[in-house]
Design a protein around this ligand. Structure first.
Ligand code: ADP
Ligand code: ADP
Ligand code: ZN
Ligand code: ZN
Length: 845
């Protein structure tokens, strides 16, 4: 295997014919402004080609789709290994997936429970044990001797002082059982017990077919005195009786003593008290995907149906059949096990006291379980319960869980491509995560990480910095080489930030004037400990704390959902709390997240900001358009009239690919121009409507400089650093960070200002130091207009710039959920002793 990966002539998206050599078996970090081309090289070129070659190596059936699978625009890549992509997109929307199943931990738990789990009776909660015939004989002997020694007397007067051995035949079922009893009589049995009364078989027994009966066959009656000293004879006779009872009673033996006491013994898993027969204990019993283990009512979903969030009434959301919950290891059933968070589960496993036999049987399985829990702890996920469903995880959490699973797979010689694995992680947990990546490298893999985080860059072996700008102004490599030698290359913006030549500056003063505030009273959702939180308004407020401390629960589930329902008329589910005071100080609440600005490829920066409506009016008002009678709708690609009907104005046509994602090809009628020939003939200042849609925001801003309606919308896009985007670039191709800034620009362009509350959850995702500096300017501008901004962040450049901090903690999960510090950054750094305060001190110094 060669030592390097050699890429020649990469031109995907904005890449400018990039060639470069990457060292194998190293940790390589890609940095650069948002939109500079990092993902285009990492995911759309290196990973895409690795995956394409993998498919090429598969069956002929898979290969027939290859021609249609776009080869990335690159001349050649040498030394490529099988590539694995770990990004933040939610891959499995399967409602059955949980943290335990995704990591395969659950497969091992099922085996553990099947091998060493102790079954208990679901009715009496007594331990259940399989007995051999010999063990039964010994047991009955011992019990009979005890009775004899205690001077047992027959319960009923006139009854014999005997131990009866019986075979249970029927338990509480309707029927006459005439033939059955007759057959037993013919094979030499003389007595049965029906509903507790011993009766002779010699007389014809007539049972009411409409009543429920319990019937036991009396196999033998042994005088109690026979069990005295010696007792050899009694023992031999008892052994015979037990064999006969087992045979006729389907594995069950009932011993009835003179004093009326009874003991049901089972050679299967069944309850010695009530006789409940336990299902075979095998791994399937603990699988909610198997009909054998799943709750029969909800088929293992745990909810009423696919679309409901109401718990299944039968299993209470536990997803398994009732009996499965009565098998325990160390006192916990499998649902109680997975109900623990990862930290608690690891401690529980470490504290398990197993006997010699059990620890021998479970050694291999335990090793896998311990290993997987450790990998999860090492990526900072101790606060997550093992039964959390995939859909409730944040993108960063899902990514780190998949990372942990990969390490468990022990794959060697692969190329891993990761997208900002530090998202959602507090500085405190960065080091653990980085050690995990190094571990993946050290076992013989190559790691390519797209990352902005300083710790990650410093921990990497090799740095590749993209730029110099974004979009058309990017797509080149500005600096590259081993860390830290590469820090000599001073042209790179990244290097300038790392060496302190450039920095996000700490504001000279914090806003403290406004007295208006929101007060959340009695917040108690998830891990929040019934807390009251005050949020000052008309300031830039930052909510901090380690992962899992409760930030999203407080800000998204409680504050946002409640205010949005009140002010915007939505109907989101609201997290548990008592009240929110001060809502009268704001008119509107807006969540500015990184979700796509539109789900259809028709949405783009021009349509979203409203600039396109004015542009269509401009085209309709040209002389040519008026002569031809074209109205503004003619210049829309959303309605028939002027658009290309072959592609319905998309410019591309989607081809379904069965098991692969849909592939889009350029429309061969309009050749991607989206409009019909006549419409394209209309020109505004020499440009067709299609020409305008392919301009960058910066170009268009200049082109329409004297037209206020259009200029206003475009100049804010420019201000937030999106001048490089094409006006008509489909919303679906924008990165999350780009979409977020398009939304912010739209908010900034609103003339009326004032009383809006903006909420942002980790807005620095995907952003370079320089992008963050710009983003902060936009957020500060919103506050200057009298609005309020509340941001959840781990990034210290953001935290140190805020007017006010609310720090949650002290830990994640159950160990969190309280406010541990609040005040200006200076106050928190000076007076508080929290994880955040420690890092903040250094950032402010
Ligand atoms: P980064 O990862 O550095 O943020 P990207 O590689 O995602 O940057 O994007 C580089 C440029 O290519 C950006 O201008 C982006 O808008 C553009 N781009 C990304 N994906 C597509 C696509 N599918 N079609 C067209 N342009 C794209
Ligand atoms: P942060 O935003 O500070 O990382 P979260 O508010 O996401 O923290 O989580 C706080 C606690 O609530 C954690 O223990 C987390 O595992 C738990 N939690 C969050 N969302 C859910 C959910 N949908 N279901 C169950 N538990 C959740
Ligand atoms: Zn159920
Ligand atoms: Zn077309």
């Amino acid at each position: 295997m060669q030592e390097n990966i050699v890429i020649r002539g990469a031109r995907e998206h904005n890449l400018q014919n990039v060639s470069l050599t990457l060292p194998r078996n190293k940790m390589i970090v890609f940095t650069g402004l948002s939109g500079s081309g990092k993902s285009s090289l990492a995911f759309d070129t290196i990973f895409a080609e690795g995956q394409r070659r993998y498919i090429e190596s598969l069956s002929a059936y898979a290969r027939q789709f290859l021609g249609q699978l776009n080869k990335p625009d690159v001349d050649d890549i040498e030394g490529l290994s099988p590539a694995i992509c770990i990004d933040q997109k939610a891959h499995s929307a399967n409602p059955r997936s949980t943290v335990a199943t995704i990591t395969e931990l659950y497969d091992y738990l099922r085996v553990l429970y099947a091998r060493i789990g102790r079954p208990f009776c679901p009715n009496c909660d007594k331990p259940i044990r399989k007995l051999t015939a010999e063990e039964m004989v010994d047991l009955i002997m011992a019990e009979a001797r005890e009775k004899l020694a205690a001077g047992a007397k027959p319960k009923k007067k006139g009854a014999d002082n005997e131990v009866a051995i019986m075979a249970p035949l029927v338990r509480g079922r309707k029927g006459e059982y005439h033939q059955m009893l007759y057959d037993f009589y013919n094979s030499g049995f003389a007595w049965v017990r029906v509903n507790g009364r011993v009766r002779s078989l010699r007389n014809r027994l007539v049972l009411d077919r409409n009543l429920r009966h319990s019937i036991e066959l009396v196999v033998d009656r042994l005088p109690l005195v026979g069990f005295g000293a010696g007792g050899k004879e009694a023992q031999a006779r008892l052994a015979e009786a037990v064999e006969a009872a087992l045979k006729n009673g389907e594995g069950l033996v009932l011993a009835v003593y003179p004093d009326g006491e009874e003991h049901l013994l089972s050679s299967q898993f069944s309850c010695p008290v009530c006789g409940f027969s336990f299902p075979e204990i095998e791994p399937r019993l603990f699988s909610f995907n198997s009909p054998y283990g799943a709750c029969p009512t909800c088929h293992g979903l745990g909810v009423k149906d696919f679309f409901s969030t109401d718990k299944c009434e039968d299993c209470q959301g536990k997803r398994l059949r009732h009996e499965s919950l009565f098998v325990r290891v160390g006192g916990k059933n499998i649902v109680e096990f997975t109900g623990q968070d990862i930290g608690a589960a690891a401690a529980f496993v470490d504290g398990l006291k197993l006997n010699e036999r059990d620890s021998e049987i479970s050694e291999a399985v335990m090793k896998e379980i311990r290993g997987r829990l450790k990998f999860l702890l090492n990526v900072g996920l101790h606060y997550i319960t093992l039964d959390r469903t995939a859909g409730t995880l944040s993108g960063g959490e899902a990514q780190r869980i998949r990372l942990a699973s990969q390490i468990g797979s022990k794959l060697v010689g692969a190329l891993y491509v990761l997208d900002e694995p530090t998202i959602g992680l507090h500085q405190r947990d960065n080091e653990l995560l980085l050690n995990t990546l190094k571990n993946l490298r050290d076992i013989g893999n190559t790691i390519v990480v797209v990352e902005h985080d300083e710790d990650t860059i410093l921990a990497a072996d090799h740095l590749v910095d993209f730029g110099p700008g974004a979009g058309k102004q990017g797509g080149r490599i500005v600096a590259q080489g081993p860390v830290p030698d590469v820090f000599d290359q001073a042209d790179s913006l990244t290097v300038q930030y790392l060496t302190g030549k450039r920095r996000v500056s700490v504001p000279a003063v914090r806003r403290t004037k406004s007295r208006d505030r929101l007060k959340i009273v009695g917040a108690a959702e998830n891990n929040l400990k019934n807390i009251d939180v005050e949020i000052p308004l008309r300031r830039f407020v930052c909510v901090t704390g380690v992962s899992g401390s409760g930030k999203s629960t407080l800000i998204n589930e409680i504050l946002h959902n409640s205010l949005s329902n009140k002010l915007n008329g939505t109907s989101h589910p609201i997290g548990r709390h008592k009240a929110i005071l001060g809502a009268e100080y704001i008119d509107r609440v807006v969540m500015v997240d990184q979700s796509p600005i539109g789900r259809t490829p028709r949405s783009n920066p021009a349509t979203y900001t409203g600039a396109f409506a004015h542009i269509r009016d401009l085209f309709a008002s040209t002389e040519e358009a008026r002569l031809r009678g074209y109205r503004p709708g003619r210049f829309s690609f959303n309605v028939p009239g002027g658009r290309c009907e072959n592609c319905e104005g998309n410019g591309t046509i989607g081809i379904e690919m069965h098991f692969l994602p849909t592939v889009y090809v350029t429309c061969d009628v309009c050749r991607g121009r989206r409009f019909d020939r006549e419409t394209l003939e209309v020109k505004f200042r020499g440009k067709s409507i299609h020409d305008v849609l392919t301009m960058t925001v910066a170009e268009a801003d200049e082109f329409f400089a004297d037209i206020p309606f259009v200029h206003d919308k475009l100049s804010v896009l420019n201000q937030v650093g999106l001048g490089y985007l094409e006006l008509g670039q489909s919303a679906t191709t924008l990165s999350g960070g780009e979409a977020q800034r398009v939304k912010l620009a739209f908010e900034l362009s609103k003339r009326a200002g004032g009383r809006t509350l903006y909420l942002l959850d980790e807005p620095t995702t995907g952003l370079h130091f320089e992008d963050i500096r710009r983003l902060l300017q936009v957020l500060q501008a919103l506050v200057e207009k009298g609005n309020s901004v509340v941001v959840i962040e781990h990034n210290l450049d953001v935290i140190k710039t805020a007017d006010y901090l609310i720090d949650l903690g002290p830990e994640g999960g159950d160990g969190g959920g309280r406010v541990v510090a609040e005040g200006t950054p200076e106050e928190v750094a000076k007076y508080a002793d929290t994880h955040t305060a420690r890092y903040l001190k250094r950032a402010l110094a």
